[in-house]
Design a protein around this ligand. Structure first.
Ligand SMILES: [Ca+2]
Length: 369
């Protein structure tokens, strides 16, 4: 276990966090509120949100977050194309800057991942927007690393670029894409846009994919920026258009409806989300699972949503929120190897009201039961 160092929390933040904990749960979304309350238990948070620790401050649009075997974190900055190494109690250290990144609107250097066999191969993976496409590359940490392009030609746009990459429990690399502003992409199996992709660590289609010749794993997505696993199930958070944001239970070959369906509804060929919110209260980017709860970081909603899971790929209750308004826009959430819940702000992305210390990387200790 790392040293547990208490840090001073700004009084305003502490008061805000305390009042949030004391306040009743945030209003459930209409879609999730239908079943009787007694049968719909709320999430049971595994982290103490009244004890935040600031790991880093003064960053600009941090996006991807991944951990090295020594417990330190790597964070990518979307516009600068830098990758910083973070260790609690120490100042961030720039460990790489990727060439060829073109940041516009929501695009730029997005997700990063660390090889599950990092000790042997030293590979770090990144998803970024170049002059011509969105692409997935891998490299070894260096000031200006040489990149190996694993997958190129993912359609790009100013908006809807997806961008999360993560290794699943199966050791395969998953990537979330957006429809790149062309909603028809989502239902077209011939393009990687509007999909969740699954590949070997070298970028080739994963064995067992629905079409073994392609990296497409699921389709019918508008813009997915959160991937998470827990209890043998995979989940993804997705931005809706004007009405419904979603959390989905992802299965191989699943069709999640966009653009035919936003949120629940439609023919049974489209898989319905397990949780939905109105877009203003959510815009869920990153996602993580700890215990029986899925956490998703909300940008426009400026809060962290907790979705209770039933262990069978569904939700067992009404989502609740914490940290509402406390840190502004939230991009990424992850459970670190330290057992803490890590969270990143996105207040310098042009849509927020940054505090002097933004953007920040925070972590919250686990509750010992
Ligand atoms: Ca959907």
């Amino acid at each position: 276990m790392p040293l547990k160092k208490r840090v001073l929390v700004p009084a305003a933040a502490a008061v805000a966090a305390a009042s949030l904990l004391a306040a009743p749960a945030a209003a459930p979304s209409p879609a999730a509120a239908a079943p009787p309350a007694a049968a719909r238990p709320a999430a049971n948070p595994a982290f103490d949100f009244s004890r935040p620790e600031v790991v880093a401050s003064g960053l600009t649009v941090p996006w991807g977050l991944a951990f090295l075997p020594d417990g330190s974190a790597l964070v990518s900055e979307r516009v600068s194309a830098r990758i910083l190494r973070l260790s609690p109690g120490s100042a961030p250290v720039e460990v790489a800057k990727l060439s060829g990144v073109q940041a516009r609107g929501e695009s730029g250097l997005l997700g990063i991942a660390v090889s599950p066999t990092y000790a042997e191969d030293k590979y770090v993976y990144a998803y970024y927007t170049s002059a011509s496409d969105n692409r997935i590359v891998r490299f070894k940490l260096a000031a200006s690393p040489q990149q190996e392009v694993l997958l190129s030609g993912i359609p790009k746009n100013t908006f809807h670029d997806g961008g999360r990459i993560q290794f699943g429990p199966d050791g395969l690399l998953y990537a979330s894409t957006g429809d790149a502003g062309q909603s028809a992409n989502a239902q077209n199996p011939a393009t990687p846009a509007g999909k969740i992709l699954r590949m070997r660590p070298d970028g080739s289609p994963a064995p067992g994919n629905p079409d073994p010749k392609t990296v497409v794993y699921s389709l019918g997505h508008r813009n997915v920026q959160g991937l998470a696993w827990g209890g043998g199930h995979m989940y993804a958070s997705e931005f809706g258009q004007d009405t419904w944001d979603e959390v989905n239970h992802i299965v191989a070959g699943g069709n999640y409806g966009w653009p035919k369906v936003e949120g629940p509804g439609g023919p049974p060929t489209y898989i319905a989300p397990i949780a939905t919110w109105h877009t203003k209260e959510a815009s869920p980017s990153g996602a993580a699972v700890a215990g029986d709860t899925l956490y998703t970081a909300a940008l426009a909603g400026k809060r962290l949503w907790l979705v209770p899971l039933d262990g069978k790929g569904g939700s067992s209750g009404t989502p609740t929120a914490v940290l509402q308004g406390t840190y502004g826009r939230l991009r990424t959430v992850a459970v670190g190897p330290d057992g803490w819940l890590w969270l990143t702000t996105s207040n310098r992305d042009g849509r927020g009201s940054p505090a002097a210390t933004d953007d920040r990387i925070l972590r919250f200790p686990p509750i010992r039961r």
